[in-house]
Design a protein around this ligand. Structure first.
Ligand code: AMP
Ligand code: MG
Length: 339
């Protein structure tokens, strides 16, 4: 081969290699943004993720698995059977829920407690219609309440009192969000946001390659989602965010008093503190969901003390100001650039 031909061959080979490298480096990521929404557990869900295929079947399967374990609204779920003493067998989801509930009840001084169910029912927020139980009724039901009266041994639940019942509504949506994010991540998804009834778990970035933008609703006594307005918004990722408030689920008594759906497990009464809504950001949405509910019971000062003790938890509280407006109160560790 003469020199000219040799150089041409080398040049072509080099160009080929450079071309191949460029194709691989600049190759657009395979996949697209998938968006699903629908209704689950009497609330709406909205899910978006970047992937090379549709995971809606797997998402519905996660919803079904969580529902058949911990939904008290499904008559044949594990929790329904345990509540009716038809079974003592605990599945993996419920064993995890009970384990987390012990921990979350401890760190919130008993303000979060899934054994509150008999009281939730008595106040008309479970299976029964609106009711205003008297102090004697509340006191007798209070004896059934306390997660320390429940333990799991070798996959079987042991209740100190057969009347003790579990209600995981304050944590199940958050757990469902976490489970969907975990399922997507196991399948290689990096960017996703999963929202179920306002509770959110997220990872990576949005379709504009920015952090996920989360907005907090203005507390307003209306169950109508069309009446929603945002009081503030912030950007986050790789965490769970949950909000609790008494303003969407409450009863109004004949004298006009509002009774919210969050019950203080210690007193047995619906609890209305200075906090109108609590939004919690935590490493996962299960924790955020439980803490947001507990913070409605604990009120501002005691909730702030809980947040201060856990550096990876942040919170925003909406309280009423003196002139009838709203005040936004941040936990001390809330990032200054997100206010
Ligand atoms: P959330 O919307 O996450 O704040 O959950 C509220 C629901 O959790 C209520 O509708 C009840 O079913 C249940 N619940 C009420 N009070 C408590 C409590 N103190 N601890 C745990 N669950 C509660
Ligand atoms: Mg909650």
């Amino acid at each position: 081969m003469d020199d000219k031909k040799k150089y041409r061959a080398i040049l072509l080979a080099v160009l080929g290699v450079v071309g191949l490298v460029l194709v691989f480096v600049l190759r657009p990521e395979r996949g697209k943004w998938w968006r699903h929404s629908g209704v689950v557990w009497a609330t709406e869900y909205h899910i978006q993720y970047f992937a090379d295929r549709d995971y809606s079947d797997s998402i519905l399967e996660v919803f079904r698995r969580v529902e058949m374990s911990v939904s008290a609204f499904a008559p044949e779920s594990t929790v329904s059977k345990i509540n009716d003493n038809r079974s003592d067998s605990v599945d993996a989801v419920m064993a995890y829920m009970i384990e987390r509930s012990h921990e979350l009840s401890r760190i919130t001084a008993g303000a979060f407690d899934p054994t509150v169910r008999p009281l939730v029912n008595a106040w008309g927020f479970g299976d029964d219609d609106m009711a205003l139980p008297d102090t004697a009724q509340v006191d007798s039901l209070r004896r059934l309440v306390g997660i320390d009266k429940v333990k799991v041994v070798d996959g079987r639940i042991q209740k100190q009192n057969a009347g003790t019942q579990l209600d995981f509504s304050a944590i199940a949506k958050g757990f469902g969000c976490d489970e969907i994010v975990r399922m997507l991540q196991r399948n290689g998804v990096k960017d996703c946001l999963v929202e179920v009834g306002g509770e959110i778990a997220m990872s990576g970035h949005n379709s504009e390659e920015k952090l996920w933008r989360i907005s907090i609703d203005t507390p307003a006594y209306s169950a109508d989602s069309a009446c929603r307005s945002s009081i503030m918004a912030f950007s986050m990722t790789d965490c769970g965010v949950a909000t609790s408030g008494n303003y969407r689920n409450y009863h109004t008594a004949a004298d006009g008093t509002h009774y919210g759906h969050i019950i203080d497990p210690v007193t047995g009464f619906p609890r209305q503190t200075d906090v109108l809504s609590a939004t919690v950001c935590a490493p996962n949405c299960t924790t955020a969901d439980a803490l947001a509910t507990a913070f409605m019971v604990l009120g501002l000062e005691r909730s702030q003390a809980v947040v201060d003790a856990y550096p990876d938890v942040k919170a925003v509280f909406i309280t009423a100001d003196k002139s009838g407006g709203f005040k936004t109160v941040f936990s001390k560790n809330w990032p200054a650039d997100k206010k």
